[in-house]
Design a protein around this ligand. Structure first.
Ligand code: BJW
Length: 232
């Protein structure tokens, strides 16, 4: 059975990573145009760098939760038949044991040089506008996908969606495209679709089935169900 899993901020909420659109979400106190658009960055680079520096530093104090661990167990059982796509820029899937993760909105622990277009691992601050280790120009920005930019890994994601038997969306509000459209793309190709979210998402009507509750409970229970079906 080929499964595509899409995760969003809700899967990391129980680890203590704030979501975007819930009360107390990340954009409280910031306008989205300020911190998540290329235009916002051009206007206030120091503010945007600090927003991401703070989130990068906060990774040190969070741990993967049972939902991340369960998806790693699923990868162990299914291998390449599981394609894990995340909108999250944290590294909790990897720290939970997943080895193949498609980060469609980029990663906090990566830098993108606006001068030479290099992408490179980055764990420190960028607020001081350090030079790019490759070209020496001080044009490093967080390697994340802002509104109006093209998400990463789209070819691999669309190909996986077209072959999926099951598409599962976990902890995402369904407010941001193209990810919000994956459920319809998968269903059109014949996949069954399942939503696992704290509450009905904006796209909940598109799913064949929806289960509502915390990811830390729903995801391990769903993975156990799948493992019973696929392991001899
Ligand atoms: C729990 C829980 C628990 C809480 N357990 N659940 C008009 C119509 C349609 C589209 C557009 C339009 N105008 C513009 C667009 C396109 C635009 C877009 O979608 N805009 C919308 C505002 C409409 N999209 C883009 O610009 C994208 N690019 C693009 O489309 O390029 C064209 C193209 C595409 C494909 C091929 C070729 C060309 C880029 C989008 C980039 C989004 N970037 C961000 C920031 C990334 C960096 C960062 O992290 O700072 O990505 S925005 C932000 O939203 C972030 C997230 O990944 C993304 C999604 O948020 P998510 O994960 O859903 O979080 P929340 O907070 O919204 O929801 C959390 C959910 O969890 C809630 O439902 C809770 O209930 C739940 N929950 N606790 C389970 N314990």
């Amino acid at each position: 059975m080929k499964i595509v899993v899409l995760t969003g901020a809700g899967i990391s909420a129980e680890s203590g990573v704030p979501t975007f659109r819930d009360a107390d979400g990340l954009w409280e106190g910031h306008r989205v145009e300020e911190v998540a658009t290329p235009e916002g960055y051009d206007e206030s680079p120091a503010l945007v760098q600090k927003f991401y520096d703070d989130r990068r530093a906060a990774l040190a104090s969070v741990e993967p939760n049972p939902a991340h661990l369960a998806l790693a167990r699923l990868e162990e059982a299914l291998g390449p038949d599981l394609v894990l796509v995340t909108q999250n820029i944290d590294d909790l899937h990897e720290r939970g044991g997943s080895t193949e993760v498609l980060h469609m909105h980029g990663e906090l622990l990566s830098a993108l040089c606006r001068a030479c277009q290099s992408r490179m691992p980055w764990s420190g601050e960028m607020s001081g506008f350090p030079p790019c280790p490759r070209c020496g120009v001080s044009e490093l920005r967080p390697d994340v996908v802002w509104f109006g930019e093209i998400p990463y890994e789209m070819d691999r994601i669309l190909s996986a969606l077209s072959e999926a038997d099951l598409f599962v969306s976990i902890g995402t509000s369904g407010a941001v495209y193209p990810a919000a459209g994956f459920v319809q793309q998968a269903a059109r190709s014949g996949a069954r679709t399942l939503e696992l979210n704290l509450e009905p998402s904006e796209g909940t009507v598109w799913f064949h089935e929806a289960r509502h509750g915390p990811a830390g409970q729903l995801v391990p229970a769903w993975v156990d169900e799948i493992l019973l079906r696929v392991t001899p």
